[in-house]
Design a protein around this ligand. Structure first.
Ligand code: SF4
Length: 198
């Protein structure tokens, strides 16, 4: 049975689902089964909302002040569970909450999910992955058409309602692509975090 909660570096992470609506060429899931304290993040069966809430309630968060929703899948593919779990993390465990997402949650759920997220999520990190629509399509291979535009629209909507919103890219991108991502960040006012590839 895969871990629902695991630690990596200085944070606790919630691995709420293995569902995903992308098939990224660089996805860590194709390289190894686990991350941090988790030997495997592959669920034999995706955990229920109740199992995830139980896991949060019974976890000793001593020394940690944040729960990050990020695992081997896209958290917004289980929106109801994500919202309920984040509400417990904030209301009962007094944690900050962060969502790491591919930014396609509005498309996945068929409506603008940002107002719901804004009630229980303190910060959002959105994978930008590429500087434009054609490169985005190539590397993330989303289930939806116009994925790049939809991801950008989600980021802008998040910025309206959530205080801490960032885009992230990995430093393996060619320098001209990184420059274009920086330009998009400046134009939109959404901070860009450039992560080192490990
Ligand atoms: S969105 Fe995340 S989990 Fe889904 S394929 Fe891409 S890297 Fe993997």
């Amino acid at each position: 049975m895969a871990d629902i909660l695991y630690t990596y570096k200085n944070s606790v992470y919630a691995n709420i689902t293995n569902k995903c609506n992308c098939s990224c060429t660089f996805c860590i899931r194709s390289l190894k089964d686990g991350v941090g304290s988790a030997d495997t993040l592959w669920h034999e069966k995706n955990p229920s909302k109740e199992e995830i809430i139980d896991a949060i309630r019974s976890y000793d968060f001593t020394g940690f002040d944040e729960l990050v929703f990020c695992g081997y899948g896209e958290p917004t593919c289980e929106l109801d569970t994500l919202i309920s779990a984040a509400r417990i993390a904030k209301g009962e465990k007094f944690l900050k909450t962060r969502l790491n997402t591919n930014g396609l949650g509005n498309e996945e759920n068929g409506h603008n999910i940002v107002p719901e997220l804004a009630e229980v999520i303190d910060s959002v990190s959105i994978s930008l992955n590429a500087p434009d629509a054609s490169k985005y399509q190539e590397v993330t291979r989303p289930r939806y058409e116009n994925g790049f535009d939809k991801m950008v629209d989600f980021a802008l909507k998040c910025k309206e309602q959530i205080k801490d919103v960032k885009w992230s890219i990995v430093d393996v991108l060619p320098s001209e692509d990184i420059d274009k991502c920086k330009k998009l960040s400046e134009e939109t006012g959404i901070e860009l975090r450039i992560r080192h590839y490990t």
